[in-house]
Ligand binder design. Structure first.
Ligand code: CA
Ligand code: CA
Length: 492
């Protein structure tokens, strides 16, 4: 090592590794235990000598035991001749630059040098790479062969330039599903110029093949904005506009261009609803990879009836969602307020729940929130959550609505807050409501919370003498419950 050059990262890893090796030796542990005992009880005799009567390295000073992770700890043990030399051997060679500390002089150093041996194989070097944010590289991809095929395809176009109409053949030459043609055109800058030259496309695709090793990474790369590594809602527009323009199942929509953006908005919301489980508004490669979206994109090519693709692209689903919105949006400005939403499904949603939907707990449009209105996009989320309450996003949607204080748990206070209003409404209709306690029992039986703490914080009261206490919990918010059982039964 040149003079003045300090630890290199790799060398540092090795030192770390040897430190751990030294730390795991029984003699080291005996010594550290002894140090610890002496810190706890300063009056203790100087030497423990090891519990099992092992020789153990001498104690240089108790201080290093207080800072076990530091490299200084390596200098401490200054082992007796019989003790292990491995960690110190590495230390002395690794720390040749800086001045050596007092206890590491003389005999200890000499012993180490004579015993110095080739270091053991480094486990860190044999751990294969396991993190592939852009997909696992595949040796089988012959980039030059793919590029040659693309060039042959472009050679068939006038001036070797491809328009969007030609991109289907280019997509096939790239080995991609047909409806990647929009993203491919977009990724090569075709949107701006109306056509793509062979050189520009090949340069773009070569870069994609070199950097992106699976479909998710490629798809994100094609549609994302420069400098990003995720997709926002707008990024899907060129892809979906091309689907609207060219999919046989949407041919009837071609003339009704005013509905293009409505359909596209609906599909984008459905994509984000299902794929963007982090609710971040940004779809990453990892999220896309975990979803079935790209399989559905591939199915677009095989399935002429788009209504069969019920997960994202179904026109019928769009039609139902949009008609529901149209009914509520009486002035057709594509915004609805709380009164509009209250009319949904014959006033089935309670006022308190509607307030929560408009509170921003589950919506994205901050501007419209200020005016007390939600957009069509927000309504899509609402209606999907309302229609199917079994999906992960739907569960999270209603959970966010009910978690009034946003602490990530539903307390009985929160549950009862929503219960009260529905109970009153049932009363006004002369329908006897199920008592809250019974509702709660049913919920607990269904949910079976492993730890009742987060679900029932603070307010839980055990029913005395109950054989199954988790079933019979009342909330002190219920006045009679509180007076009947008293605070002495509080589990917390
Ligand atoms: Ca409106
Ligand atoms: Ca809560």
């Amino acid at each position: 090592m040149p003079p003045g050059k300090v630890l290199q990262p790799v060398l540092k890893m090795k030192v770390d590794e040897l430190f751990l090796c030294w730390l795991s030796e029984s003699s080291t542990q005996a010594m550290l235990q002894d140090c610890l005992q002496r810190i706890k009880m300063p009056g203790r005799p100087e030497r423990g000598g090891g519990d099992a009567g092992q020789p153990g390295p001498p104690l240089a000073a108790p201080a290093p035991a207080c800072k076990p992770r530091g490299f200084d700890g390596l200098g401490v043990p200054s082992p007796a001749p019989a003790s292990t030399a491995l960690p110190l051997g590495a230390t002395s060679s690794a720390r040749s630059g800086p001045p050596v500390r007092g206890p590491r002089r003389s005999a200890g150093t000499r012993v180490v040098q004579t015993k110095e041996q080739p270091p053991p194989p480094a486990p860190s070097q044999s751990v294969p790479a396991f993190y592939f944010p852009r997909g696992r590289p595949q040796d089988s991809v012959n980039v030059d062969a793919v590029i040659a095929k693309i060039e042959r395809t472009f050679a068939q176009f006038p001036h070797e330039r491809a328009t969007l109409d030609d991109m289907g053949r280019v997509a096939k030459a790239c080995g991609c599903p047909l409806y990647w043609k929009g993203p491919l055109f977009c990724g090569a800058g075709g949107e701006r110029t109306g056509s793509v030259s062979v050189h520009k496309f090949v340069a773009m695709w070569r870069k994609v093949l070199q950097n992106c090793h699976d479909d998710a990474a490629k798809f994100v790369h094609l549609l994302m904005n420069p400098g990003c590594n995720y997709l926002v809602q707008e990024d899907f527009v060129p892809f979906l506009q091309d689907v609207v323009n060219t999919h046989p199942g949407l041919a009837f929509l071609k003339e009704a261009s005013e509905f293009h953006s409505r359909y596209i908005t609906t599909v984008i919301q459905r994509i984000f609803y299902t794929v963007n489980r982090s609710w971040s508004g940004r779809i990453t490669c990892a999220e896309l990879r975990r979803s079935t979206f790209l399989q559905n994109v591939a199915l677009l090519e095989e399935e002429a009836d788009i209504n069969q693709l019920t997960e994202y692209f179904s026109y019928e689903h769009f039609y139902v969602i949009y008609c529901k919105f149209w009914e509520l949006d009486t002035d057709h400005d594509l915004l609805i307020d709380a009164q509009d939403l209250a009319r949904h499904n014959d006033h089935a949603i309670s006022t308190k729940m509607i307030e929560r939907i408009f509170s921003g707990a589950v919506t994205r449009g901050k501007k419209v929130q200020k005016e007390g209105k939600i957009s069509y996009a927000d309504f899509v989320w609402f209606l999907i959550s309302e229609e199917d309450k079994k999906t992960p996003t739907s569960i999270e949607y209603w959970f966010r609505c009910m978690d009034l204080d946003g602490d990530g748990a539903l307390s009985m206070y929160e549950l009862e807050y929503f219960y009260e209003e529905q109970c009153r409404r049932l009363d006004s209709m002369a329908i006897e409501a199920l008592p809250f306690e019974d509702c709660l029992c049913q919920m607990l039986d269904l949910v079976k919370p492993q730890n009742e703490g987060p679900v029932l914080p603070l307010g839980g009261v055990w029913l005395p003498g109950s054989r199954r206490p988790t079933k019979h919990i009342l909330t002190p918010l219920t006045r009679e419950g509180a007076s009947k059982w008293g605070p002495g039964c509080l589990p917390v």
